[in-house]
Design a protein around this ligand. Structure first.
Ligand SMILES: [Zn+2]
Ligand SMILES: [Zn+2]
Length: 417
């Protein structure tokens, strides 16, 4: 039974993770029947304040372009002790994991994209619109690389995004408020080598080129509180990563499923499987070689299905025996200069972003109404009037009487109560 095998493999993955890493996992002694476990392998979102010099990294997507219910495409959220939050890649399906962290939408405004494959930015729409309806008061900001030509760069991609979602934008701008629907783009040169592309509030992000299916993809070096953290986008082994990620405190790099896995479990043609793995991505063996060369305090591998992880890990162990996490969705690392802790984020399926302190501005006057008189003439009065008592109570409670939109309607019949 296939589902059985997946469950079996998953527990194998968790076991091998714990064995292979030297991070702090569950431990300690429960001192009595009413005492809590002192050191658990779980992180409960929304319950821990970061220290000033601490960074929390959460894998919100670690999988492939065909996102699954249990595994989204690439996305890593970096939360910094100074309150900043940067989303590195926002692959398809990843917003389900981000929302489960219960972070107010107004604090999730900055996205840094490694390249424009959908498995690295396919859920931007979900953040854009979902954050808009759940209270973000400001525009989104997106950083991403240029391309060989203008139409292959991030600026062009976001212009196309806004074009594609124009109906969404116009209707939400009128009904809610327009500002959160704007996107500010910061496009930088994909050929920049270790140049700063972000420098705010004590956080510097540098970009280095990557080698992956065409010009444009990059990886990022993040500097904070005297630490160097690295987020590698899709790439085959490249000299820039080896040079600039050297000695990193925390280094994320892709490690792709073996060609055999993609042939046998994914039904890929062999000629594609061995190029995908090992020409425009990075195999386990190559990942290990990179890490044993740059010697990070902790290495993280991602970008494959969970079932493929044991084989990837065997490959890595041929060339690397240092600290390692084989990332799965919702894995969490707390990083300081002295300590790196790996855990899993645990939250209910229905967890979602909670409210922040700021209110969205009201709609701007003059925003054009995207609905014609023809469509409005189809409003069925008895249906609308049936909710009058509910609306009367609500408008009284919240002092909305002056804004009552019903008297102007031809069908309006005030409630008799
Ligand atoms: Zn890619
Ligand atoms: Zn990818």
């Amino acid at each position: 039974m296939k589902s059985f095998r997946i469950i079996g493999n998953f527990s194998l993955v968790v076991c091998t993770l714990l064995l292979a890493t030297n991070v702090f996992a569950a431990g300690g002694v429960v001192k009595g029947p009413n005492e809590v476990a002192p050191d658990r392998y779980v992180y409960y979102p929304g319950t821990e304040v970061l220290a000033k010099d601490e960074v929390r990294v959460i894998a919100c997507g670690t999988g492939m372009p065909d996102a699954r219910r249990g595994q989204a495409s690439a996305c890593f959220l970096f939360e910094f002790g100074n309150g900043e939050k940067l989303i590195f890649d926002i692959g398809t399906g990843s917003m389900r994991n981000i929302n489960a962290l219960m972070i107010p939408a107004e604090f999730l405004t900055k996205v840094i994209i490694s390249h424009l494959h959908t498995d690295h930015w396919g859920d931007l729409a979900s953040l854009w619109a979902g954050g808009w309806t759940s209270g973000r008061p400001v525009p989104l900001e997106v950083w991403g690389p240029s391309g060989q030509t203008a139409d292959m760069g991030t600026k062009s991609a976001i212009e196309g995004f806004m074009q594609a979602y124009n109906w969404d934008y116009q209707t939400r701008a009128y009904k809610i408020t327009p500002i959160p629907g704007q996107i500010t783009v910061h496009e930088f040169d994909y050929k920049a080598v270790n140049e700063v592309i972000y420098d705010q509030n004590g956080i510097k992000v540098r970009s280095i080129p990557a080698i992956h299916t065409g010009d444009g993809p990059v990886s990022f070096i993040i500097e904070y509180a005297g630490m160097k953290l690295v987020f590698g986008g899709d790439t085959s082994p490249n000299k820039w990563f080896v040079e600039y990620a050297k000695g990193a405190d925390f280094a994320i790099h892709e490690a792709f499923g073996t060609p055999e896995y993609f042939v046998n479990d994914y039904n890929q043609p062999p000629q594609l499987a061995w190029r995908a793995c090992c020409e425009f991505h990075t195999s386990g063996q190559s990942f290990g070689k990179i890490m044993s060369t740059i010697k990070p305090r902790h290495a993280v591998a991602y970008h494959s299905f969970e079932e493929a992880i044991p084989d990837i890990q065997h490959g890595i162990q041929e060339t690397y025996d240092g600290p390692l996490s084989m990332a799965v969705d919702n894995m969490v690392w707390n990083i300081t200069k002295d300590r790196i802790v790996e855990r899993m984020a645990v939250s209910p399926d229905r967890a979602s972003g909670v409210s922040g302190p700021t209110r969205q501005p009201p709609p701007e006057k003059g925003t054009p109404d995207p609905m014609s008189d023809f469509i409005k003439s189809g409003e069925w009065g008895p249906g609308f009037n049936a909710q009058n008592e509910l609306l009367d109570e609500f408008s009284k409670k919240y002092n909305l009487e002056k804004m009552d939109w019903r008297p102007a309607k031809p069908w309006y019949e005030p409630s008799k109560k």
